[in-house]
Design a binder for this molecule. Structure first.
Ligand code: UDX
Length: 469
């Protein structure tokens, strides 16, 4: 919305939320999320044609176009628990919009939603609006930006996708929204589709991106078993223009608020329409991701003489990727849990994630981040006191590494490549191990300093090979 305000000075943009604290943060110098370049965009238009407010009803009543960007978490209980998207927030928003509307409006689905949500939401809107002359036209306009590069992605998107009904009102609404984007996006990049195609495109785009990561991660295991180097394999694959080079970085696993949730949702939709085999296919993308996280933990434990009990391990990076403070579904949570279960003492450093956030994530049941309250009976993997006993947080990577037996790189922050590894080596217990879950370090140099190194999908160090269980 900030980008729309920046690029379209004639449009008044009001961002509304019920949460006063969040709105206060958006109105302050310290935005509630870390996203490179976002503060500059917000600052340029805040108070001009961009406002942040908790007065939802007033701004919704006044608007011509309403972008609904509420959470659509995975359902935790009831039918479809663990897979289906929970549309409770969406439905609540639709009821509120209907109850305050006295003029016709275009309703834009920005949240990622299951296919055919627009149909259900349309019914809620129409049945809850007192004025029969008010018309709601629903469009699907999924967001493809990635965190950490959001401003860049929005400045020059590969495409903008708008789905609408093939009726006179539907086509007019698509054109109205397209006109907003066309103020900075070339018209040929604004794709038009029917509603269901647009909704399904978003789920499928995320599923296919995640599938590429699981594919290369599965090959990383094969590389380790055979002596091939996954980065060389990825490079060779990526130079084939039909495959392309992006999203082929082997990693400790994908995270983030979208990939797992959207695949689970796709799986659920396939199962709902009886496509069991298709559901299994997509589910395997998540299974390989879980396998990769476990495999990493097993490598750490087996490499360190089959025990990490009582050993200090420095965890470098906790966010799900670099340049964000977001920890939703970060592989760091599973890796830390795996090591804590084997009695390791962890010291975690991340340049953007707060101490409180890390403790909350490690003590929370899965998906807790997206729920308004803890559902009854949800399993917390470890108690708060267990986490506090096994985990400390440091604001300095050198302090986190001092006295450690091993370093584990979980997030690919640029600064990790530039640390003074001679200094780190001197301060660590020996033998000093580095397990690089992102392949961002110079392993040859580290080995010459004296480290025993492990890189995902890289030829195994003879020292580690002899430790394999
Ligand atoms: C994703 C989609 O890219 C975006 O289009 C959609 O709108 C939201 O979901 P995001 O979750 O912000 O964006 O990050 P992305 O860059 O896609 O990375 C997701 C995860 O995959 C991260 O954990 C990242 O580290 C991992 N990843 C990415 C890899 O492990 N290897 C890669 O080659 C690329």
């Amino acid at each position: 919305m900030a980008m729309i305000a920046l690029k379209c000075p004639d449009i008044q943009v009001a961002v509304v939320d019920l949460n006063q604290q969040r709105i206060d943060a958006w109105n302050s110098e310290c935005l509630p999320i870390y996203e490179p370049g976002l503060y500059e965009v917000v600052k340029a238009c805040r108070g001009r044609n961009l406002i942040f407010s908790t007065d939802c009803r007033r701004h919704v009543a006044e608007a011509d176009i309403i972008f609904v960007s509420v959470n659509t978490p995975t359902k935790m209980t009831g039918v479809g628990a663990g897979k289906a998207a929970d549309l409770a927030y969406w439905e609540g928003a639709a009821r509120m919009i209907a109850s305050v509307s006295t003029t016709s409006k275009i309703i834009v689905e920005k949240s990622t939603v299951p296919v055919k949500t627009a149909e259900a939401i349309g019914k809620v809107l129409r049945r809850n609006c007192a004025d029969p002359d008010v018309h709601f036209e629903i469009l699907s306009n999924p967001e493809f930006l990635a965190e950490g590069t959001a401003v860049k992605d929005l400045e020059a998107p590969d495409r903008v996708l708008i789905g609408g009904r093939d009726t006179q009102e539907g086509r007019a609404a698509v054109e109205a929204l397209s006109a907003v984007y066309e103020q900075w996006v070339p018209r040929e990049r604004v794709l038009r589709a029917n509603l269901w195609s647009a909704e399904l495109s978003k789920l499928t785009a995320n599923a296919m991106l995640a599938q590429r990561i699981s594919s290369i991660n599965s090959i990383s295991a094969l590389c380790e078993a055979t002596g091939a180097d996954v980065q060389q394999v990825a490079h060779a694959l990526g130079t084939d223009s039909r495959i392309g080079s992006k999203f082929l970085n082997a990693s400790v696993g994908f995270g983030g608020s979208c990939f797992q949730k959207d695949i689970l949702n796709l799986v659920y939709i396939c199962e709902s329409v009886g496509l069991e085999r298709v559901a299994q296919y997509w589910h395997s993308v998540i299974q390989i991701n879980d396998y990769q996280k476990n495999r990493f933990v097993e490598r750490v434990i087996s490499g360190m003489f089959n025990t990490v009990s009582g050993k200090k391990i420095a965890i470098l990076g906790f966010a799900f990727k670099k340049d964000t403070g977001d920890t939703r579904e970060t592989p760091a949570i599973d890796v830390c849990h795996g090591l804590i279960a084997d009695d390791a003492c962890l010291c975690i450093y991340d340049p953007q994630v707060s101490k409180d956030q890390i403790y909350r994530d490690l003590a929370a049941p899965k998906f807790q981040w997206d729920l308004p309250m803890l559902p009854n009976g949800a399993q917390v993997p470890f108690t708060d006191s267990q986490i506090e006993k096994s985990v400390s947080i440091s604001s300095d990577p050198y302090q986190a590494s001092a006295g450690a037996h091993a370093l584990c790189v979980i997030t690919e922050w640029d600064e990790f490549a530039d640390l003074d590894y001679e200094r780190i080596y001197a301060s660590m217990s020996k033998p000093a191990f580095i397990f690089d879950g992102r392949n961002v370090l110079d392993h040859g140099r580290l080995q010459s300093i004296g480290f025993i190194t492990y890189g995902l999908g890289k030829p195994i160090d003879p020292f580690l090979r002899s430790q394999q269980c």
